[in-house]
Structures are given as C-alpha cells and as structure tokens.
Write a protein that binds this ligand. Structure first.
Ligand SMILES: Nc1ncnc2c1ncn2[C@@H]1O[C@H](COP(=O)(O)OP(=O)(O)OP(=O)(O)O)[C@@H](O)[C@H]1O
Ligand SMILES: C[C@H](N)[C@H](N)CCCCCC(=O)O
Ligand SMILES: [Mg+2]
Length: 242
C-alpha cells in the first residue's frame, strides 16, 4: 500500500494545495485515495462560514466528500480553532495531544487503507505537533516516505534544502520535492527548482499558480519506488538528499 507524508519546508507554502491536486489526479485515474489531515490548527467549526477554507474542507472536497461531522472527524480527528502551532492551539482549548495517540491513529489508517494513503503534516517539518514532539518525530514514527513541499519565495531554496538535509540525517526516505509557486515570488518556480535539483537526490518538480498535478508527481505517489537522479557522489542512493 503506497503511503506518502506531505511535509513542509514551512507553513502556508502549498502543502494542502499540492495534496489536493495530487488527490484529484489519482482519483481521476481510478485510484482509491484516502487523504488525511489528522492534526489541524486554524480550523473553525463546521457551521462557520470560514470552514470551507480550512485544510480539512479542501482535502475532503478533493476526495469528492461532502463536509459532515462524520467526514470531518474521519479526516481530521484533532482540530483546533487558533491558527497557531497545534500544541499552542490545543492548550488554548484546554486540550493536549500525545504523540502515541496521533501515531496510533495514523497506523490504524495505514493498516486499513485499500490503495493510496496520503497524510498531510502541519506547518514546517519541525513544527511542534504536541508539547514534546515535532512533525519530524511523527513522520519518523510512521516510517513512511515524505514528499517535501516548498514555496518559491525568496529564501525558499535554503528552507527546502535545510528540510531535505534534516530528512536525510534522520533516514527518512524523500520521494520528491514539489515547489509550489508563491505569490509575488521574484523568480519563476522553475528557477527555485533548478537551484534545489542538483543538491537533492530526488525528483524536484514545480506547480505554478493554479496548476494541476504534474505527471511526475503522480508517478511519485503511485509507486513504492521510482528512479531518481544519481547522487553526485556516485552512490546512486535513492530517495535521499545529498
Ligand atoms: N500553486 C498554487 N497555486 C494557487 N494557490 C496556491 C498554490 N500554492 C499555494 N496556494 C495557496 O496559498 C495558500 C497557502 O497554501 P496551503 O494552504 O496549501 O499551505 P500549507 O502549506 O498547506 O499551509 P499549512 O501549514 O497551514 O497547512 C492557500 O490559499 C493555497 O490555495
Ligand atoms: C496556522 C497555520 N496555517 C498552521 N496550521 C500551523 C503552523 C504552525 C507553525 C509553527 C512553527 O513552526 O512556528
Ligand atoms: Mg495545509
């Protein structure tokens, strides 16, 4: 069962946009895709007019699911209203999440997935998810590969490479880097991708503004393994940053 964790080089840089585009593309191909945002902050109640803009609503829409109390809870069991790091947002509601509960819920979803499972993380790779764990801890505990989403704003190259290097140091397989075009970026996203590509041993692809899922991204999500460019040191080790 292919499973993919959508990690971010930062927050508000396109993870949900890329995840939704990928989900739509795979469903259109006839794949059975389950896309989850298990932990989400900045999510108003279902009956609030702003709910439609939440990650949960956008990912349900991409799966062709109407937002109901049941579908919302099944996609995002841990939702907090404040648009803050999730541990802070939870504390404002007098709540707290423990990493084993989050990991256990995701593992149960992995065990019952019929085909492709996609899990969107929260914020950047090392944003806190609980009082004592980051998104990296969550990803490592799941043991599934990552797709790293980057923006194309000035500074995005370093943010993306830092995240790739962190994944490499923690032995998390990196399937691809997706550069999602940031509004007002000083260069085209292809320029950012071209700067990242020779430094990372994984495919690096772009999504322009309002662009659909590129073929290469769908390839990455379909298979357990794809052909990556060789590392410049010649080892050809797949799925790792340099
Ligand atoms: N390639 C793109 N084309 C059009 N809009 C985009 C693109 N990438 C991102 N956006 C928009 O930018 C905003 C932020 O993107 P998004 O919500 O996907 O970020 P995120 O990384 O998922 O944030 P969070 O950390 O809150 O989960 C959204 O309104 C989204 O629709
Ligand atoms: C509210 C925002 N859009 C995300 N849901 C949460 C981002 C948390 C980032 C925390 C951090 O790394 O500083
Ligand atoms: Mg998101």
């Amino acid at each position: 069962m292919p499973a993919l964790f959508i990690a971010g080089a930062g927050t508000e840089i396109g993870k949900t946009y890329v995840t939704a585009a990928l989900t739509r593309r795979l469903i259109a191909e006839g794949r059975r895709v389950r896309t989850l945002k298990p932990l989400a902050s900045g999510v108003p109640p279902l009956d609030h007019p702003d709910f439609a803009a939440s990650d949960t609503a956008r990912l349900l829409d991409a799966q062709g699911l109407a937002p109901t109390p049941e579908t919302v809870a099944a996609c995002s069991p841990w939702r907090y209203v404040a648009p803050l790091a999730p541990d802070q947002a939870a504390a404002l509601e007098g709540r707290a999440l423990a990493l084993p509960d989050l990991v256990g819920w995701c593992r149960a979803e992995m065990a019952r997935a019929e085909d492709i499972l996609i899990i969107e993380g929260v914020g950047g790779l090392m944003s806190p998810v609980t009082p004592d764990a980051t998104g990296l801890d969550w990803l490592k505990a799941l043991g599934i590969p990552a797709l790293l989403v980057s923006g194309s704003y000035l500074g995005a190259i370093s943010h993306a490479l830092t995240a790739c290097e962190t994944l490499r140091l923690h032995a998390v397989p990196l399937r691809a880097v997706a550069v999602s075009e940031s509004p007002g970026a000083p260069t085209p996203p292809e320029t950012v991708a071209a700067a990242i590509r020779p430094r990372v041993a994984a495919p690096v692809l772009c999504l322009g503004r309002d662009a659909p899922c590129p073929d290469e991204l769908a390839d990455v999500a379909r298979g357990p393994q794809v052909s990556y460019p060789s590392r410049r040191d010649g080892t050809g080790e797949p799925g790792r940053a340099l």
